[in-house]
Design a protein around this ligand. Sequence first.
Ligand SMILES: Cc1ncc(COP(=O)(O)OP(=O)(O)O)c(N)n1
Ligand SMILES: Cc1ncsc1CCOP(=O)(O)O
Ligand SMILES: [Mg+2]
Length: 208
Amino acid sequence: MPSLGRLHLITDTRPGRDPLAVVRAALSAARAELVVQVRVEDSATDREAYDLARRVLALCTSYGASCLVNDRLHVALAVGAAGGHVGADDLPVAAARRVLGPTGVLGATARAPGTAGEAVAAGASYLGVGPCHTTSTKTGLPDPIGPAGVRAVVDAVDVPVIAIGGVTAARVPALRAAGAYGVAVVGAVSAAADPALATAALIEALTC
Ligand SMILES: Cc1ncc(COP(=O)(O)OP(=O)(O)O)c(N)n1
Ligand SMILES: Cc1ncsc1CCOP(=O)(O)O
Ligand SMILES: [Mg+2]
């Protein structure tokens, strides 16, 4: 399995956004270091998810970057993505592992050491841990766990921890100091005036 990239860009497909333009800009800055996770609204059809994932994967492939699909593992398999990401409302991790097979990249959401350990035992190859900070991109989330919460999970598992939720370049050093392998972002890139510049700043912060 190729090593996991440290910067995960999650697509923002809310109305009025242009996820492909953002992915193009981010790839131009991060190139093979980027992981793009295709995430669509729950209301999107499988056909819409498939069409976006196919386009994102083609862009990623041209830069040697990886593409994952959130929630809809059948879409990940259908387009030939590297893997997928599941959380509490999705397939259980063990079932997701069976769907993706032994070599697929499988991310699982966790915010506490206990559930993190269970996810790894069930087959997760990385963990998305958060929300680390307040986010305006997703509603209904529990309180942020901060870098200390990230550290607690990092100490409990032996897979890469990807910190998520309100991550900005300025917040990366504290998350890395807490042991995060990398970060996942929506707004820090998608809402930036210059998504390529914002991506470059995140990569710079991750490589310091
Ligand atoms: C890297 C990463 N971490 C966490 C999540 C959140 O997944 P989930 O809890 O299933 O919530 P949705 O994204 O499906 O709304 C993620 N997607 N990626
Ligand atoms: C999908 C998801 N899960 C936890 S926070 C989040 C969204 C993160 O978005 P942002 O980087 O804009 O805070
Ligand atoms: Mg999910």
